[in-house]
Design a protein around this ligand. Structure first.
Ligand SMILES: C[S@@+](CC[C@H](N)C(=O)[O-])C[C@H]1O[C@@H](n2cnc3c(N)ncnc32)[C@H](O)[C@@H]1O
Length: 394
């Protein structure tokens, strides 16, 4: 499983208001020393996840009772889980339907009864899947023809059998959690090297292994739900999860502006193609990534050619204006950003965000930066936490 990006640590460089930059430094340092695998955070892979310690430290230091949190790029819901633990009202927006599905399952508070019900069904599903494998029952897997080459025949059959069994689970919340478990094992049992690498790799996989992994991950999920329940206040509100474009927040969230605190990590310009990462998973969950394909900001596929840097700047400015429009005056926003990459051109992410934010009605307060290894061999890159205040009049 991919580690959260901000886990590596390194010397922290700070700038701006001393108290504010101390908070940002503390957030980076907590991420360097703590495991990212706590509570439900690690139940499903997701690219460039925020380290949970960053979200937790920022919420603890920057929120006041009654505040509402917004994460306009909530992805797999790291900030949403931490808001739930803090008992805070929270809204998460993302264009990736898979991210939202992960966030939904991660933020569920499951009672003991509900966990036991889930376990009984998990055992039953695993048993029925094993019987299907033994009896060589025919199945129709829900994958498009061009995905078939990514699976060994018996693996596709076993995944398909599990998928058919999951469809018989009566309660939607349980069915969706089982679907997510299936999604969490799909890549491991495909011939694709990894989410970000579309070359093939031969894997020797015996029959029954898919079901064993599915079952084990299910047991892990139940344990993680128990942990989350034990640290979450009983009256903690469910987060509001919305599929949509972060550049259209006023439309998505409605009037009047109500975010007191924004904690978010937008794509790092030109670095990822989120839609490509989860390509193999969407059909198993019957999710349609068409809007992500069309409106994803910062996507490498759109920015690597001529004019990429300019397009990214426009996208980021639109994002900042949209975020500002749904924040209360003097509200605080923290952006976790990385340096952007357009072919051979690199743009310092923190400085760029700071400059654009001032054009979008924010005051720059402080920032902290840490070096990160660059796996493309172009030297080190930086990750930045930038703290802004929404101007009273903008
Ligand atoms: C760095 S990731 C966020 C990860 C998240 N913080 C987490 O911990 O899982 C950036 C996210 O931006 C989303 N995204 C890209 N373009 C978007 C847009 N126009 N509107 C909303 N979300 C978008 C991607 O789907 C991805 O989930």
């Amino acid at each position: 499983m991919r580690l959260a990006l901000s886990h590596q640590g390194g010397p922290t460089r700070v700038d701006g208001d001393v108290d504010a930059s101390d908070i940002l430094r503390e957030a980076f340092e907590a991420a360097a020393t703590e495991s990212p695998d706590t509570l439900t955070h690690n139940i499903h892979g997701y690219p460039a996840r925020m380290h949970p310690a960053i979200a937790r430290t920022l919420i603890a230091s920057l929120s006041r009772p009654g505040d509402q949190l917004l994460d306009p790029f909530c992805g797999s819901g790291t900030t949403m889980v931490e808001a739930r633990v803090a008992g805070m009202l929270a809204a998460g927006v993302d264009l990736n339907p898979l991210g939202l599905r992960v966030a939904e399952i991660k933020t569920q508070i499951r009672s003991l009864d509900s966990r036991e019900r889930f376990l009984v069904q998990l055992k039953d599903l695993a048993l029925r899947s094993e019987m299907r494998v033994r009896d060589r029952e025919p199945v129709v897997a829900p994958v498009p023809r061009h995905h078939v080459r990514w699976y060994a025949g018996h693996v596709l059959k076993e995944l398909g059998g599990l998928w058919e069994e999951i469809r018989t689970v009566p309660r939607t919340e349980d069915r969706r959690a089982f679907e997510l478990l299936l999604s969490s094992v799909v890549m491991k049992f495909s011939y694709r090297r990894s989410e970000s690498d579309t070359t093939g790799i031969a894997r020797k996989l015996r029959k029954g292994l898919v079901t064993e992994h599915f079952y084990r991950r299910g047991l892990g999920l139940v344990e993680r739900w128990a942990e989350l329940e034990s640290v979450t206040p009983a009256d903690s509100p469910e987060p509001w999860l919305i599929e949509g474009d972060a550049r259209r927040l006023p439309k998505l969230l409605g009037e009047p502006p109500r975010a007191d605190l924004v904690i978010t990590s937008p794509p790092y310009g030109g670095t990822y193609d989120y839609v490509m990462h989860h390509e193999l998973r969407y059909p198993w969950l019957d999710l349609d990534p068409a809007n992500l394909e069309r409106y994803e900001v910062g996507a490498r596929r759109n920015l690597s050619g001529v004019g990429g840097a300019g397009r990214w700047e426009r996208e980021l400015l639109e994002v900042l204006r949209s975020v500002g429009a749904v924040m209360v005056p003097r509200g605080v926003a923290v952006f976790l950003v990385g340096d952007a990459q357009f072919g051979d051109e690199r743009v310092a992410g923190g400085r760029q965000l700071r400059d654009l934010a001032q054009r979008a009605g924010f005051t720059y307060i402080a920032s902290a930066s840490q070096p990160r290894p660059d796996f493309t061999g172009r030297g080190m890159r930086q990750e930045h936490l930038v703290l802004l205040e929404r101007q009273a009049e903008s």
